[in-house]
Design a protein around this ligand. Sequence first.
Ligand SMILES: CC(C)(COP(=O)(O)OP(=O)(O)OC[C@H]1O[C@@H](n2cnc3c(N)ncnc32)[C@H](O)[C@@H]1OP(=O)(O)O)[C@@H](O)C(=O)NCCC(=O)NCCS
Length: 212
Amino acid sequence: MSMENPAEPAVEAHEPQPLISSSSSSAAAAAAAQAPASTTTTATSPLPGPIISTPRLILRPLHPLSFPHPYTLAHAETWISMNLTEPYNAFAICEISDPSILIGGIGLRPGSDVSAHTAEVGYWLGEPFTGKGYVTEACQAMTDWTFTERGDTYRKLTARVFSRHKASMRVLEKCGYKEEGVLKEHVRKHVEIWDLHLFGLLKREVGGEQDK
Ligand SMILES: CC(C)(COP(=O)(O)OP(=O)(O)OC[C@H]1O[C@@H](n2cnc3c(N)ncnc32)[C@H](O)[C@@H]1OP(=O)(O)O)[C@@H](O)C(=O)NCCC(=O)NCCS
């Protein structure tokens, strides 16, 4: 996720992020790892508790003290301040063994107007943690949770992926998302131009609902 937009959904926008260690976080934050989520999170707030749990991961609201280097506390607070009120749309990915260390991020960007029944999923994972199936686990859990807990609002989840990000496409496929189209040479980063792949998953495709 970009630091400019807390719910930055474009999967292609998620770049590797170096991580801070738990020693950068306060002992108080670590000790309070299971504290309830606060709607006024600051650097001195307890670490929010998990919203979603998987066998190996927890997904919890963001907190300034478990943020990737080289972003400063000011950056973190600005980013997080956009996500302090429920419903949370951006989550820290943490290993269940240490909820105080953020190893990645996953979030939703709600659609608007005629697409208000959709949300776009986006994610990133720190390089030391890739290749373990973590993002698939997180994305599957986030997808299931969204349709279960917010299914009255969201009937479709989408994702956009740069053509070079094959692993991200594979993650989405493993989570049941289907490619719906390709926007040719649609994105440019510096001098390189890529296609943009559009993925989607309907609630009725996973929830056993009848076609409408
Ligand atoms: C890309 C990223 C989201 C994947 O997260 P992850 O936890 O490593 O992914 P998973 O282990 O859950 O699954 C990755 C899948 O992609 C596959 N894969 C990895 N590299 C691939 C490639 N170059 N081409 C095709 N498939 C690839 C893996 O084999 C795996 O599929 P499998 O289980 O069928 O073998 C994560 O590595 C990331 O955020 N990296 C940051 C850098 C980056 O690549 N960003 C791109 C935009 S997200």
